[in-house]
Design a protein around this ligand. Sequence first.
Ligand code: HSE
Length: 433
Amino acid sequence: MKKQSIGVGLMGLGVVGGQVARVLSDKAEMLAEQVGCPLVLRKIKVLEPDLARPQAKRMSARLLTTDEEEFFATPGMDIVVEAIGGEHPALEYLKRALSNGQQVVTANKEVIAKHAAELLALAQKKNVGLRCEASVGGGIPLVSPFQYDLAANEIRGIYAIINGTTNYILSRMARDGLDFSSALRQAQELGYAEADPSNDIEGIDAVYKLAILASLAFQSQVRPEDIYCEGISRLDSRDFRYAKELGFAIKLLAIAKQSNGSIEVRVHPVFIPEDSFLAKVDGVYNAVLAEGDLAGKVIFLGEGAGALPTSSAVVADIVQAARDISLGVGNRLRWRLDSGKVIKPVSQIETRYYLRMNIADRAGVLAQVARVLGDHSISISSAIQKEADKLTQTAEIVIMTHPAREKAMRQALDELGGLEVVKEINNFVRVEV
Ligand code: HSE
């Protein structure tokens, strides 16, 4: 029998949850047309302090509860939407909803990145959908394209700017010559960076998102701990000056590549050519470039965070889940994790490198540096020396290499660090071309 309405339970009434509730109400008519019957918000699980928030005050009091048991006992709740964030208790709530046979929609990147396998197995067992479009890239459609629209492709690579906070900081460092801490402070003042921004600046947020994208793209389990990660705090305004001089931009990229059945997954700052598409993505924007064997290069660009874009993704998932319920379809998700691809250790990757170091400013020193690199089969593509300091008799040199193995580069760096003439290795950054 055709359903008269579809009931929705919402967990969390913060920035995202509040906006989702608002869209369900403001666009009720349009959404009902898409689904075929009205979507009815039946219960909202909130935390005690959230009751004082304006978004809670706008809701009818009978819809709100702080009690998990009362929430899950609500009759006629076909879809459970989780907008709490964080690992716990969100994971337990999602498992409970799936076990109840409810369709689940979540915006939670941490839970999906860490627990996709367990949740997908449970969804399959209970024959219900688990949707997470909002977990990566806010309003940019990503999960669905990788799950459905690119399904005929072998995805060869993903190159993504998927953290708006760090992209804003790097854009300011590049454009205005700010140092890292001033750029971070400005990001915080503008409300882009959280009071504790460590998950963003250390790359952890991007790792969660890449784990989800790579798992989808390669149909293989990629866990956060499988992803090599470096944040942006080691970058200095000098690196930006040199990058510009050499024709590069510096971005925090999430990279996933597949070749010959093995996968490479990493998040770290990279030099990319300044005329490439990703180099021009500035500010809080996110962008994902995917390369498929059939589709070629496909680019997604948009707002990766914020209440409105995120609610766009969450509500789209609710509509899809509701349509499945209307059509009597259970779990139709195409997301397997069992393709068995091997994840390469970072020591085996091969890229070009940028090195910046302080060396003694005297005859034969550059030759010693070049010899160490040569001994490890690392070929120099260019070298610049600047700003010799007469007082300390040191000079800063910047070396760009040809492609080299990470393992060889690390061994060379260790050896260089031990040379009497090398005063300091200031930075090394991988280069993607
Ligand atoms: N903190 C994230 C960012 C947004 O800066 O992009 C939420 O995923």
